[in-house]
Structures are given as C-alpha cells and as structure tokens.
Design a binder for this molecule. Structure first.
Ligand code: NAI
Length: 721
C-alpha cells in the first residue's frame, strides 16, 4: 500500500462510513470526534448500520476510537487525515488550526465537504498546510459507492493530488474524478439540480411519485430508485442543506432557482419525514409494505401500479432510441421528459466548463456516482443534440472525446479497469466465448443468462477443455452475476420424466468439468451471485479471485438438495479435515448458507486461504489476469485424509444443536444426513463423488424436494417444509 495509516475526524454518517470502508480494505484506521459521547454514538451506529459498513462485524475492533483533544499522538502518526465533520466552514477551519501542532510533516489532509469551496476552507492557514490540503469527496455509503471526487485548490501540490488519487484508485477501491473547486463540485452541483427538477416537474404535471420513478429509473438507463426513492436514500435534509448552500453561492447561475424547495419537500421536511433513515419521506415503510406520498393531497397511500402505455410501448428498445422516441411523444412521458430531461441535458452543456475538466469527467461522475448508464454528454450524442434543441458537435467520436477547446483527444488507457466485454473474442461457442486477455492469458467468458450452468454449457466447455492448448485461463461470466447456479428447470423436468440416469449424467458431467479445470492453471473471477453449480465450477479452479461484494455459497438445501457436482466433496478437501470443522460444514450446507460478501465466504471455508478478494469493484478481471500470470501450474487436489476421533458423533451433535435452535426443519435433517454420509462415510475421494450423485438422486425421488424445487421455480422463494 502507498500509505496505510489514516485518521478520520468526525464519527458521523460519513466519517464512520469512510473509517469502516478503509478498515475493510486493510488501512490502519483511527476515528475521532469531539466528545467521548459522540465517539460512542458513532461506534454504535457503525455496529448497527444497514446495509452494513463492515465486511465482518469484528473489524470494528480494528478501528482506534478517541477524541480529537486527547489523540495528538495518533493524529501525528497519520499519513492521511480525513476531515468529515459538520458542514460549517468556521468549525472546519477551527479544527484545521487545532491539528497544526500535531500533523506529521508529510501527512495529507482532505476534507469530505459536500460543496464548500476548498480554497476558502484553507484560507488563512499556513502554506505548509495549504499545499497538502484538498477535497476528497466520498459518497454515501462509502463502502458501496465507488465515485470519489478529488478537488485540489490552486495551491495544492500536484504531487499530493497525484499521490492521493493513486491511493484511492489502487488501495481504497475508488474511481477518481478531478473536479474544479466550485460549489458542490460536479456531483452535487449537477446531480442535485436534476433531483430537484424532477420533483418540480412531477408536481407541476401532477404525476405520482411512482410514475416519476418509473420514467426516471431504468427507462432512462438509471437505477430503479428513479427520483423520489433516490431522494429518500440521500436524505431530504441532506438535499436541502446542499441546495441551500448552492443557492447562496451560485448567484450567477441563471438556473439556480430550480434548487428552491418544491412544495412536497417543504411539507416533508417540516414533518421530519427525512427519508429512508427515519422510515419515511416520499415513501413510508409500514411493516413489509412501502406506502407512497401523494404529491397532491400530501398524505401517504397504498402504492399504485404504474400504468404509462407510452413507457411500456418503448421499454424494450435500446436506451437512446426509446429516449429519443419518448421525447417526441404526445403523452405524460413525453411531456415529463421535455420539461425534465431536455433542460437537464442543456444545463449540463451550460455548466460543463465551469465545473469539470472534460465531458468525460462529467459523464463519469454521473455514471459512477449516480449509476446512470450514460452520462449527460453520452446521452446528448446518442439522442442527437437537435432533439433537445441544441446543435452541438458530437462530444465523443471513435474512442476520443472533445475537449472544451474543440479538439479531440484520446483518453489515457486504463488497462486495470477493463471489463470482460472489453477484450476481443477469439472463439465463439454456443454458451461461452473465448476472449484474449493478452500476455498469453485467455478467458472463458460464460454467456448464459445470469451465468446459469446448464448441461449444454458443461458438455461444450468440457469438450473444449479436453482439446484446448496449454496456458493459463480465467473463468468469468458476462452476466450481471457470475452464476445463479445449476439450471433448476433441468432437474425439475428430469424428475417429471423420472430420468434418473439423465440426472446422474448431468452431475457426473459437472464433476468431470471440475476435474478438467483442476488439472490446469485456472483462475475463476467471480462477482455478484456465486451460487451452487457455478460455485462448484469456480472452486475447482486453481485460484478464485472474488469481488469483495460477491455473495458466495451453496444454497441447494433451499430446494431440497445439496451440492452434487463435487461441491460437497470439495468442502471437505478444502477445509481442515477435522471432526469439528466437518460438523460445521455439514450444518452450513444443510442450511444452504450463502455469504454476504467475499470475506465472509472465507470465514465459511468456501474461499481457500490462497484465494484472493478483489476490493476494487472495477478491477476484477485485471486482478484475475494478474493472478493467472503468477500461477506456477495446476495445484494438486488435496488428499482425502482419514479423520481421527468420533467424527460421526460430533456431526450428529452439531445437527441436533442446529435443530434445537430451530435452524434445521424436519426435512433439512434428511438433507443433513445425506451430506454427513458423503463427508463421513466415504473412504475416498472417488467414493465421495459417487455418493454425491446417488444421494442427490435419492432426494430427487422425495416429494419434499420436488415441492421445494417447484416452489422456487414458480414463486422464486424458498419453501420451508
Ligand atoms: P454528521 O452530522 O453525521 O457527522 C458529523 C460528525 O462530526 C458528528 O459526529 C459530530 O459530532 C462531529 N463533529 C462536529 N464538529 C466536530 C469537531 N470540531 N471535531 C470533531 N468532530 C466534530 O455529518 P455527515 O453527514 O457525516 O457529514 C460530514 C461531512 O461530510 C460534511 O462536510 C458533509 O457535507 C459531507 N458529506 C455528507 C454526505 C452525506 O450523505 N451525509 C455525503 C458526502 C459528504
């Protein structure tokens, strides 16, 4: 790591989140606040945050906690001091003054301000401070949002900016955009304006919040939260603070009035309905239900289905085409977009030079920070500037972007952030492609829906592996998730046809595929869901590189089964072969436990000690390729060793204990018994594989399993029977 020791000041929403995020990634973190009480409250929030800030709850103990006044020594040790206290310039400046006697000579100081000008915050401080001070604006929650805006002032040493940018991209899991030192930088100045405009226009057209969210969500290539759910997630008070600051500071901006409080926002703020964090805002949680706020009556009501024919008719078309067509429609959707999207895109044109260094940076902020599929300039190019009443030349042409001077430039190559789809296809097969990752590494690029492992994929891939030239391989998936598991419909159909041989062949095929992968240097690059059959294949590779947020496990018990494609056997081989550990593995598989993240999967014994967790959300394929290049060859399969002691008794005691706790139902016990038989009663690897198949087929004969499979296929949820 370029630097390791970090001191975060302000243990509130952001400071706490940043501290936890950096602790997750291996930084040595100190978290300070003004008073003991504030520190205690901050730590408590960290412990209970939802979604959780930490990969593993015990990481909280790695964070040193204290007060600013009493932690001079810790402040002095820090290589990077991150200020995340209240958004008040006087308070921030007073804090910097108080830090001066303690700061290490080379320490870098950043502020997390959402929008105060960085230069003004540093005003009056000594030059030795100003040259190593800049804005580093994390987004909330820091663990989950990858954008980081870096805002150097005219006095920041460019070397310091370069160093902190490198720290953030290499070790802090972030994508960095350099922004100009103007109020709200890029994300809040533009993003907040768009959020306000959507509320004003929905109110004006008397649309429902559900309708506005449907128009401004996936239809526009944006997250499902659309506009009003997003407002709730950000927090209406946070929106109001940012907007108030922008209105005060951007008096020259002819469109700043959009940031005036819309009626509904005014009403909700007065009621203290600040959004998700208090359970109500534009939506209200009531038990499992979500009620919606009515923009006309200002009361909550049942959520309504969205019926916008103009939206449905276009939904399946490519993004740019549907947006262009919708803009021309004579209906609510067209009207909304003409009053919302067109002005928002024109506003981006107006602001671009004032707040950003390039259209590429501007677009990246909206893609990385707000999850938009296209940034405003990419969208203008795609729909044509004429459709929003402009006549600007294209911003992007053939991999180049246009600078504000009008010149086209080629962006710097970023090989570490290439995705699987960026690499050229060198072989096309029915269910997968072979891509050239360069330097002699090839990728098996699985192309099935959600990475589903089908018997066809297994056969095709096994045939290919038998003939494939030597050389390291990366196994990865083109889908949003690495794999949701083996094709359940296949088992359901085979059971209907009583095709037990077919099931046996499918399982044997999966086991053999694993052995073929195991026999050569292979790295599985996994992300998103890494379940069941997909995991069995990944576990067979020499090494797994797992995205930190991957959810990994074998949930087969939820459909009345257990891993029958070598997964059960590998869980014994990959774990210490002791009675205690085996008992835990049986319990885990019988409950169908999946991990909440990759570090958790390691504690469950699914990832092996040599497997790698990749902490950068955009560097999975790069890490996997590097890992593949470092492989010396295939690893020999661990030997099946005899377990000493009363293993059967220990496993049965574990099963009984889980039953007593209510974690295993009657039928789960039958599944647990089968897993136990494979792991404990087999006396060799080969015997275990044979038993996996026969016990699996035995379960397929049972009505409880059939009912669980049906339920999952039809209701998409697990049946407890
Ligand atoms: P917060 O109100 O949740 O936490 C602020 C913390 O700072 C409190 O624990 C408070 O006790 C402490 N504090 C106040 N004065 C202090 C001092 N002199 N010394 C030490 N600690 C002190 O605020 P939040 O939301 O975490 O915001 C912090 C900063 O991050 C602000 O500048 C804000 O604009 C910015 N920000 C906030 C985002 C958000 O979504 N909440 C997003 C991005 C940036």
């Amino acid at each position: 790591m370029i630097l390791r020791n970090v001191c975060v000041i302000g243990a509130g929403t952001m400071g706490g989140g940043i501290a936890a995020h950096l602790a997750n990634l291996g930084f040595q973190v100190t978290l300070l606040d003004q008073t003991e009480e504030a520190v205690r409250r901050g730590a408590e929030r960290l412990r209970t945050a939802k979604p959780p800030h930490f990969f593993l709850p015990e990481r909280l103990h790695d964070v040193r906690l204290g007060t600013v006044a009493e932690s001079g020594e810790w402040i002095g040790e820090a290589e990077w001091v991150i200020e995340a206290i209240i958004e008040r310039p006087e308070a921030k400046k007073a804090l910097y003054e108080s830090l001066l006697p303690h700061l290490g000579d080379d320490a870098i100081i950043t502020t997390n301000t959402s929008g105060l000008e960085i230069g003004l915050l540093a005003d009056g401080l000594p030059e030795s401070f100003r040259r190593r001070f800049l804005g580093a604006h994390f987004f909330n929650p820091p663990r989950y949002l990858k954008l980081l805006e870096l805002i150097p002032t005219s006095e920041t040493d460019p070397e310091i900016t370069r160093k902190i940018s490198q720290v953030c991209e290499a070790d802090a899991g972030k994508r960095v955009v350099l922004a100009k030192d103007t109020p709200g930088f890029i994300a809040n100045r533009y993003g907040m304006w768009c959020m306000y405009l959507a509320v004003h226009i929905a109110e004006k057209l008397q649309l429902t919040v559900e309708q506005a969210d449907a128009i401004t969500g996936p239809f526009l290539g944006r997250p499902k939260s659309g506009s009003f759910r997003l407002n709730d997630l950000v927090g209406l008070d946070v929106m109001d603070d940012i907007a108030t600051n922008l209105m005060a500071r951007c008096t020259e901006d002819p469109h700043v009035a959009v940031l005036a409080r819309p009626k509904s926002l005014n009403f909700l703020l007065a009621k203290g309905a600040l959004g998700e964090k208090v359970g109500q805002g534009y939506y209200r949680r009531e038990g499992k239900e979500l009620l919606a706020f009515d923009l006309v009556t200002h009361a909550y009501r049942q959520r309504q289905d969205v019926d916008l024919p103009g939206l449905n008719a276009l939904a399946k078309r490519p993004l740019a085409e549907r947006v262009r067509l919708a803009l021309g429609q004579r209906d609510e959707v067209g009207e909304f977009l003409r009053l919302y999207l067109a002005p928002a895109l024109r506003y981006a044109e107006l602001l671009k030079e004032e707040i950003s260094h390039s259209v590429q940076d501007f677009d990246r902020v909206m893609r990385w920070g707000f999850g938009w599929e296209m940034g405003p300039f990419e969208m203008i190019d795609a729909i044509g500037s004429a459709s929003i009443g402009l006549s600007s030349p294209s911003h992007y042409i053939g991999g180049q972007y246009r600078e504000f001077s009008g010149e086209l430039v080629t962006p710097a190559a970023d090989p570490q952030f290439l995705t699987l789809l960026d690499y050229p296809v060198i072989e096309q097969h029915e269910n997968f492609r072979i891509r050239d990752l360069g330097d002699g590494v090839r990728a098996i690029s699985i192309g099935t829906k959600m990475g589903t492992v089908t018997p066809d994929l297994v056969d095709e891939l096994s045939r290919w592996l038998r003939l494939a030239a030597a050389g390291p391989l990366v196994l990865a998936s083109e889908a949003r998730a690495y794999s949701v598991g083996f094709d359940l419909k296949f088992f359901s159909d085979a059971i209907d046809l009583e095709d037990w041989d077919g099931i046996d062949r499918a399982l044997a095929g999966l086991q053999t595929l694993g052995e073929l992968l195991e026999a050569r240097p292979t790295v599985a690059a996994v992300h998103g869901y890494v379940f069941g059959g997909g995991l069995e294949v990944a576990m067979s590779c020499t090494q797994v590189v797992a995205d930190a947020e991957a959810q990994i496990g074998m949930p087969e018990a939820k459909v009345g089964l257990f891993p029958g494609g070598r997964g059960t056997t590998l869980m014994r081989l990959n774990n210490p072969q002791t009675a205690k550990r085996l008992a835990e593995v049986v319990g885990q598989l019988a409950q169908g436990i999946t991990s909440t993240n990759a570090e958790h999967a390691r504690t469950l014994g699914i990832l092996r000690p040599g497997d790698i967790v990749s902490y950068h959300p955009d560097r999975l394929i790069y890490r996997a390729k590097q890992a593949a290049l470092h492989l010396k060859g295939a690893e020999p399969r661990p030997a099946w060793t005899k377990i000493e002691g009363p293993v059967l008794g220990q496993v049965d005691a574990e099963i009984k204990a889980l039953q007593t706790k209510g974690l295993l139902s009657g039928y789960d016990l039958s599944i647990a018994e089968k897993i136990r038989n494979i792991l404990v009663k087999s006396d060799s690897y080969e015997a275990a594989l044979a038993r996996e198949r026969s016990e699996f087929i035995d379960l397929c004969h049972r009505p409880h399993t059939v009912a669980r499979i049906r339920h999952m296929l039809e209701q998409k949820t697990a049946l407890k029977n």
